[in-house]
Write a protein that binds this ligand. Structure first.
Ligand code: IMP
Length: 182
């Protein structure tokens, strides 16, 4: 029996259970462990949404030596062409000559990642890759924002839970729920 949630007048149905999420996360961690075997990557967690995925992903990564830092940004969609990105919590760590892995909850249009990658490169990062729990390929507008490590690809529906919010709420749900038409 699928769990359901009603939030702000919308009906959501459980789409990925905690067990399914754990498998997806482990699969991402296994790939990163191989690719970064002899490196010491710096993970940059994009707040707020990615904190749950990052917490599971980093603990699924026991074979590599790494550092973790956090960043909080806000994108101006209406001003996308200006490349404006507001750093609410700026990068606190030097990324110069580091192999950076950005951790996101979901890549949608790719604007956030497009701008963050440019920022890390401008700061001298040796390499910048992206790990995301979810990816909506049909919505992608920036080619360079295609994630390198993807928990699961999905269609265009709005999802909540596992860090993903609806106006700030429901990040604490342990499963990922998809909005339904009913
Ligand atoms: P992008 O810059 O268009 O790729 O947007 C990425 C950000 O949009 C994510 O970090 C989320 O905060 C938000 N977002 C996109 N799709 C969803 C969704 O289905 N549920 C919740 N947040 C979403």
């Amino acid at each position: 029996m699928k769990r359901t949630i009603d939030e702000q007048g919308y009906h959501f149905e459980e789409w990925l259970t905690p067990a399914q999420i754990a498998k997806d996360v482990q699969q991402v961690a296994d790939r990163i462990s191989v690719d970064y075997k002899d490196k010491e990557p710096l993970f940059v967690v994009v707040l707020n949404g990615a904190f749950v995925f990052a917490s599971d992903l980093l603990r699924a990564l026991q074979d590599i030596r790494c550092e973790v830092t956090f960043i909080r940004v806000s994108s101006y969609y209406g001003m996308a062409s200006t490349g404006q990105l507001e750093f609410i919590v700026p990068l606190q760590q030097v990324v110069d000559q580091r192999d950076v892995i950005i951790i996101e909850d979901i890549v949608d249009t790719g604007l956030t990642i497009h701008q963050l990658k440019a920022h890390m490169r401008a700061q001298g990062a040796t390499s910048v890759r992206v790990a995301t729990m979810l990816f909506k390929p049909n919505k992608l507008e920036y080619d360079d924002a295609k994630p390198d490590y993807i928990g699961r690809e999905m269609t265009d529906e709005f999802v909540i839970g596992y860090g993903l919010d609806f106006d700030g709420f429901v990040r604490n749900l342990d499963a990922i729920y998809k909005v339904t038409d009913e």
